[in-house]
Design a binder for this molecule. Structure first.
Ligand code: COA
Length: 191
């Protein structure tokens, strides 16, 4: 399992002083808390996710019974074990893109602006380092996911490409898709 030397669960203290724990999804206990978390997002949040959070089969197969060689889902949980954040590290089979990881983060509305998003992204970077990945990519919708762009920029993701008017909101307005890249240099693992 790719998490062995990662030291989960990892305790965190948010700006609010609240404690949360980061760890990989545990299929034995996390299905209901994950569904509650996704149900707690509003329609706008779900619209911009890159998966159908309302499709139980998608959520079960991608996140609960995840295939570690394709996607590593990390959850942030509060003291009661409720899921309050989800980060994913997507990866490809060993090949031309085998050294590249894709990151995404979503945080419960009531837990935003307390650094949790940044901490989850930081944890995905550390996991990527431990897995020997060399490049991380993240896609953001400019004008909608600006907090994520800020968090990524702060962690040395750089804007490498923009797809103009690529994504749309529920009212058919178009937005640019920003592709940000972080290079993980050798010897980075003394993080
Ligand atoms: C993006 C997201 C994960 C950030 O989580 P968070 O816990 O609120 O983030 P943080 O508290 O670590 O803040 C990250 C940055 O965004 C800024 N920020 C947070 N909320 C903000 C808001 N509502 N408006 C503007 N900036 C905001 C913070 O100031 C911080 O910037 P800084 O590092 O320059 O100070 C969260 O907003 C979210 O889940 N959004 C919906 C899903 C999404 O957009 N995902 C991104 C695609 S991967």
């Amino acid at each position: 399992m790719p998490f062995s030397k990662h030291g989960y669960p990892r305790p965190l203290v948010l700006k609010s002083g609240q404690e949360v724990w980061l760890r990989p999804i545990d299929p034995a206990i996390d299905e209901d808390p994950l569904f509650s978390f996704l149900a707690g997002l509003n329609n706008d949040d779900r619209w911009y996710l890159d998966f159908d959070a309302k499709d139980p089969e998608t959520v079960r197969s991608c996140f609960v019974h995840y295939k570690a060689s394709e996607l590593l889902p990390i959850v942030a949980t509060d003291r009661e074990g409720q899921v309050v954040g989800l980060g994913t590290l997507g990866r490809s089979h060993p090949g031309a893109r085998g050294h590249i990881g894709r990151v995404r983060v979503v945080v419960a509305r009531s837990f935003r602006s307390q650094r949790l998003g940044t901490y989850i992204l930081l944890d995905l970077i550390q996991l990527a380092v431990n897995l020997g990945l060399r490049v991380l990519t993240a896609e953001f919708i400019r004008g909608i996911e600006n907090p994520a762009i800020r968090a990524a920029r702060r962690l040395d993701f750089f804007e490498q490409a923009v797809l103009p008017e690529f994504a749309k909101d529920p009212r058919e307005n178009r937005y640019d898709l920003v592709i940000m890249v972080k290079r993980i240099h050798r010897g980075y693992d003394d993080f």
